[in-house]
Design a protein around this ligand. Structure first.
Ligand code: 13P
Length: 256
C-alpha cells in the first residue's frame, strides 16, 4: 500500500486567528480517526500553539518551518527543536530553498539541523531542488546528488527511517508552473536511487515529497507518479478547500 504525507507549509502567512480559522476548516473535513493519508500543518511559529488547540485529538500533525541546531542559549531570534517538540510538533522542515536563498543556509547548516532534529526525536523534512539556471545548464542531477550527500551526512541507518525528502525545484515554487510529470518522475527516480545508495536498508521506504505549485488541478497526476510519497504544499495549503482536495486526491492511490 502506498503511503503519503501531505504537508502544508504556510510560510510567513497567518496571524493566530487566521491560522485557527484555516485549521478548523481542515479539521472539519477529516473524521477523528482518519488515517488514510498523513496530514501535516506547518504554521508560522507564532500560530503553532493556537493550531495545536484546534487539531488536538485528531490525527493531523504539526510541524515547524525551521529551527536552530543548538539546544539553547544566546541565539537571539532562533527557535530550538525542544521548543517545537514541546509545542506538539512531530516534524520540522529544514533547508527550504527560501532559507537557502534569503538566509544563506547551505548544505552544511542543513545537515546540522537535520541531525539535531533527529537527536531531538523529531522528524526532518529535508528540502532539495535545483534553480532554473542550474536546470538550464544541465546540472540538475549533480545538484540533487550533492545536496543529498551533504545534507544526509552522518545520519545513521536507524534514523534514516524518520526522514522525509522534499524535492522542490526552485523554479516551480510560487510560480504556478509545477514541474511536468516526466520531470518529477525523473528527479524522484534519481533521488530514490541515491537514497538506496546512501541507506541500503531503508532507502526504498523513505518518503519523497514533491513541492512546487501543487494545486487541485495537478495533484492527482503528481501523486500518482512512481516514488512520489506526498506533497509539500505552499500557497494552496492556505486555502482549506484546495488543501482538502489535495489530501483527498491521494486517497485514490491508497485504494480507498
Ligand atoms: P508553492 O506551493 O506555493 O509553490 O510553494 C511550495 C513550497 O515552497 C512548499 O514548501
Amino acid at each position: 500500500m502506498r503511503k503519503y504525507l501531505i504537508a502544508g507549509n504556510w510560510k510567513m502567512n497567518t496571524t493566530a486567528e487566521e491560522a485557527m480559522e484555516i485549521s478548523s476548516k481542515i479539521k472539519a473535513a477529516f473524521p477523528y480517526d482518519y488515517n488514510k493519508i498523513a496530514i501535516l500543518l506547518c504554521p508560522p511559529f507564532t500560530s503553532i500553539h493556537s493550531v495545536s488547540g484546534i487539531i488536538q485529538g485528531t490525527s493531523i500533525a504539526l510541524g515547524g518551518q525551521n529551527c536552530y541546531y543548538e539546544p539553547k542559549g544566546a541565539f537571539t531570534g532562533e527557535i530550538s527543536i525542544n521548543m517545537l517538540g514541546h509545542l506538539g510538533c512531530s516534524h520540522i522542515i529544514v533547508g527550504h530553498s527560501e532559507r537557502r536563498k534569503y538566509f544563506h543556509e547551505n548544505d552544511d547548516i542543513i545537515n546540522k539541523k537535520a541531525i539535531a532534529v533527529l537527536s531531538g526525536n523529531l522528524k526532518p523534512i529535508i528540502c532539495i531542488g535545483e534553480t532554473l539556471e542550474e536546470r538550464q545548464e544541465g546540472k540538475t542531477f549533480d545538484i540533487l546528488q550533492t545536496q543529498l550527500e551533504q545534507c544526509l551526512k552522518n545520519i545513521s541507518t536507524d534514523n534514516s527511517e524518520k526522514i522525509t525528502i522534499a524535492y522542490e525545484p526552485v523554479w516551480a515554487i510560487g510560480t504556478g508552473l509545477a514541474a511536468t510529470p516526466a520531470q518529477i518522475a525523473e528527479a524522484h527516480h534519481f533521488i530514490r536511487q541515491k537514497l538506496i545508495e546512501i541507506f541500503p536498508v531503508h532507502g526504498q521506504q523513505i518518503l519523497i515529497q514533491y513541492g512546487g505549485s501543487v494545486d487541485s488541478s495537478n495533484c492527482k497526476s503528481i501523486l500518482g507518479i512512481e516514488n512520489v510519497g506526498g506533497a509539500l504544499v505552499g500557497g494552496a495549503s492556505l486555502k482549506p478547500d484546495v488543501f482538502i482536495d489535495i489530501i483527498k486526491s491521494a486517497e485514490f492511490y491508497v485504494g480507498v
